[in-house]
Design a protein around this ligand. Sequence first.
Ligand code: GTP
Length: 381
Amino acid sequence: MAAPSLIDQREGRPRTVAEAILLVGGKGTRLRPLTVNTPKPMLEVAGVPFLSHQLARAKAAGITRIVFATAYKPEVFEEYFGDGSRFGLELVYVQEVEPLDTAGAIRNVADQLVSAPNEPVMIFNGDILSGVDLGALRAEHAARGADVTLHLTKVADPRAFGLVPTDADGWVTSFREKPQRPEDIVTDQINAGCYVFKREIIDGIPAGRRVSVERETFPGLLERGAKVLGVVEQSYWLDLGTPAAFARGSADLVLGAISSPAVPASTCERYDAALVLDGAEVAESAQLGAGTTIGRDGRVGADAAVYGSVIGAGAVIEEGVSVRDSIIGRGARIGAGTVLEGVVVGDGANVGAGNELLGGVRVSCDAVLPDSSVRFSHDAS
Ligand code: GTP
């Protein structure tokens, strides 16, 4: 297919297409069972599929065209976002036959890019909630003449991340795998999952096989003497890959700790610190807070308390239930008096009354947990 013209026909001068690639093909295994039915970037965060926030932020930063690199459940993305006109963006979808890993996925969409070889293409991981100034990142990339620019952030505990040390001028000196020993922690700077690539660097990635951007592409670029820049920016940043981070990110959007034009208005004015979506019914005596979202057509019964949690569309929280820092899938039911803390409940699961599920428990989609013989009375002192 011929690339669309970069010449604005009416004006007769170059048209700027600010282009991005969105990596959305991962299986999201750490978020199972939520990702059994829905790819991670399409899970609802603060009332809308997570990507809605990313697209809104990209658009606000002047991006006009986004190519989705899909692999797992590819159809779901196009069904929701279509050609992007509803969102003021041009969206294009490319599907991998087999997952190609991050850099393989980037290379696989090269045919669909319209940028010239030396023009910048932004690349986003589809699971990062971030307030990074995308315009500033692109401007720095251009001003410094970089081949690739990475957004780096600093974290208190970098053990779970790839480390990216830089020299005094910001040029990346090496890429380090997750540190195993204390002496391996050479920096607190980590790869934040947002890059600017010169188009020609994308074309240079080997085609048709799995390639990891962190393990192969970036170290290979350094070896070949490419100019790889790290821009440290410590605005809000969260990788939504784990259940705890996912609930936290949704709550932070609801609470305004990070802003997104895509957060819908609440339909219930009683709660300052919660988002209630269309059709949801919340009993007068229920308490909602700490950034909780109640999904469309959800129900929260009398004396229930839901804090810091994401309740899926059509889910039912019965009376006296206590839910904290948890994610409840679509159409799930939580029986009266049950206590959930730091728990993930899959779509359609049925958790009986009077149970207590704590710290990291995951309930499969459509699982049925019987009522507990030990009854917890929500009004017992
Ligand atoms: P986990 O399985 O829980 O680690 O999640 P994940 O599969 O999303 O992997 P990870 O968080 O490391 O992925 C980072 C980003 O790259 C996410 O936005 C993924 O959707 C994306 N990604 C990972 N592997 C592939 C792939 O093979 N193809 C494509 N197109 N995207 C990928």
